[in-house]
Design a protein around this ligand. Structure first.
Ligand SMILES: [Zn+2]
Length: 314
């Protein structure tokens, strides 16, 4: 087996691409529908939810669906998807041959959320793990504390006569927020891309409560959820903004707004626990804090290194 940093995994007589475009006809396994992972051309294989999101979000109509836990044979390679707990349809990709196994994490979240399936961690000999928040700077507060911050922000905004406006990514974060608000029966208005993605969640049976499409009115009942790009254009009178992101923990993210560190990703400690769960002999770290996470894993006794511009053979 040979792993390239561009997401290509080669075996003796075949290859698969992981979240990257491949050569003509080569299978491309997609972990999820976020734009930094989603390929739009070629022979794409993904979970049914991701396949649907690709269609609605990017107009990709030809992706093949593979259910979680079902094995697909691609020549001598077998591919299985496992829920990764990140967003609707997100998957870890397990690639197996008669000789070895490789797990590609994609983006993962270990904490159970309200809007997608919880992660299920398979074991594998080799692991490629996303290191988005792979340094000790990123340790999320307890879930209850983060949720309290959401409701406190709403309450304080309303007491001071402001409309609470959450700035959240349109796919994943917004729906987690909607599902959380639904538990307290708080009504939300949402911008167009949030609306479109939320409708796909509902197609797959996720309860996002009572929400409506924001039509640029000067006032809305309850709260407003928009993408960060849309935030500067909102027309509600007297808005109060909250930025909802794991990056909020470093206080470098959107200084003008209340910072709420609700993340769709594993924090540093959770990434270490994840690797323990997989139990690999060899780990490659990729994206974000790849070098820092590899160092931390080596201190824990793993054979770990960043998957950078070099090419690695097993
Ligand atoms: Zn993602």
């Amino acid at each position: 087996m040979r792993i390239h940093h561009q997401g290509r995994v080669e075996f003796e007589d075949s290859a698969v691409m992981l979240d990257h475009a491949g050569r003509d006809g080569e299978p491309i396994i997609l972990s999820h529908a976020h734009s930094d992972h989603a390929v739009r051309k070629g022979r794409i294989i993904a979970s049914p939810e991701t396949t649907r999101l690709l269609q609605v979000r990017y107009g990709v109509k030809t992706a093949e669906s593979l259910d979680y836990g079902k094995q697909m044979s691609l020549g001598k390679i077998k591919v299985t998807l496992y829920p990764s707990g990140h967003i609707l349809g997100s998957a870890q990709v397990l690639v197996e041959t008669s000789r070895t196994s490789l797990l590609y994490s994609g983006d993962i979240k270990l904490r159970a959320g309200y809007s997608c399936r919880p992660i299920r961690i398979p074991e594998a000999e080799n692991l490629i793990v996303e290191a988005t928040f792979g340094t000790h700077l990123f340790q999320w507060p307890a879930r209850e504390r983060i949720e309290r911050q959401v409701f406190d922000f709403i309450e304080k905004s309303q007491i001071s006569g402001r409309t609470p406006v959450f700035m959240a990514y349109s796919l994943g974060k917004s729906q987690e927020l909607l599902a959380l608000l639904a538990r307290e029966k708080i009504h939300a208005s949402v911008s167009m891309t949030v609306w479109e993605m939320s409708k796909v969640y509902e197609e797959f049976g996720v309860d996002l409560g009572d929400y409506r499409l924001y039509a640029d009115e000067g006032s809305v009942p309850g709260v407003l959820i928009v993408t960060p790009q849309k935030a500067r254009y909102v027309k509600v009178a007297n808005p109060g903004f909250a930025a909802v992101s794991g990056w909020a923990i470093t206080r470098r993210f959107n200084r003008g707004a209340t910072q709420i560190p609700l993340s769709d990703h594993a924090d540093f400690g959770e990434l270490l626990r994840y690797v323990d769960g997989v139990g690999p002999k060899k780990v490659w770290t990729t994206h974000g804090y790849a070098r820092e996470l590899a160092t931390a894993l080596r201190h824990r006794g793993y054979d770990a290194c960043p998957l950078d511009t070099r090419q690695f053979a097993i």
